[in-house]
Design a protein around this ligand. Structure first.
Ligand code: HEM
Length: 223
């Protein structure tokens, strides 16, 4: 226990926490996307999927608890690392060097809080339903997911907000996946460009998959 605490006190320990929780959250985003894409299979399939998740009961709550802990640790270590960086460099660079850092990496502390705000809104929108205009439940008590998604995205400003948030998610994942490769030491002159491309492609696929849903609803491609 003491060893873990001592490791966390170091910058490396905090980076490890960022990487491990980042991988967990990345896994969730992929699983959630696969679940969301069932939208294209129609209302029965998507609603059955939603109902099956809710039938998991205590297991679902355990998964939610793990996810929430991962989010909290991810944010906590990010803030601590940011503060360490600031103390190490109290006067910012007079001129920012775009060579050492990409646009995505410089905006992590912007995309991170925006994503946190998005997740809070998203939970109130599609899980709790308090900010949804026509939130409804199935007979068994689980949300009527297909209807909630269609009615939610028929509000154009809401769809646009989701699309913008997914843009930030893309930037955040792009740099996050890349940093994770660095943290686990996958850095090699031959493979580094390939890993960078892999990070961009993964982030782009996740963004495209997610934004396709509000776009489809706005274009009327739904049942
Ligand atoms: C356009 C893209 C997205 C759509 C259409 C969507 C749709 C949904 C829906 C319908 C639910 C409620 C499911 C239910 O209660 O049965 C939900 C829950 C949730 N979504 Fe999303 N989502 C999207 C993107 C995201 C992203 C990018 C994240 C995270 C970064 C995210 C995080 C969550 C979380 C944490 C929950 C709560 C899961 C739970 O504990 O029940 N979603 N989403």
């Amino acid at each position: 226990m003491m060893r873990v605490a001592r490791l966390y006190e170091s910058t490396l320990g905090k980076k490890m926490v960022m990487a491990v929780t980042g991988v967990m959250l990345f896994g969730f985003v992929i699983a959630h996307l696969i679940g969301n894409l069932q939208f294209y299979l129609g209302p029965e399939t998507l609603n059955a999927y939603g109902a099956a998740l809710h039938r998991l009961g205590p297991v679902l709550w355990l998964a939610r608890l793990c996810l929430l802990t991962a989010v909290a640790l991810h944010i906590f270590s990010a803030v601590q690392l940011w503060r360490i960086n600031r103390v190490a460099r109290p006067i910012g660079y007079r001129k920012l060097s775009p060579v050492a850092s990409s646009y995505a990496s410089r905006t992590m502390m912007l995309s991170g809080p925006i994503l946190a705000a998005f997740i809070i809104y998203h939970l109130l929108h599609f899980t709790v339903g308090t900010v949804h205009p026509k939130f409804s439940h199935q007979v068994g008590g689980a949300p009527e997911v297909y209807h909630n998604v269609v009615a939610g995205f028929q509000q154009i400003p809401v769809s646009i907000a989701y699309i913008v948030a997914m843009g930030f998610l893309g930037f955040h994942l792009m740099h996050g996946v890349w940093s994770m490769f660095q943290s686990v030491g996958w850095n090699h002159p031959k493979y580094t460009p390939l890993l960078r491309t892999a990070a961009v492609v993964m982030a782009a696929l996740i963004v495209l998959g997610n934004i396709s849903i509000p776009i489809s609803v706005m274009l009327g491609f739904h049942q």
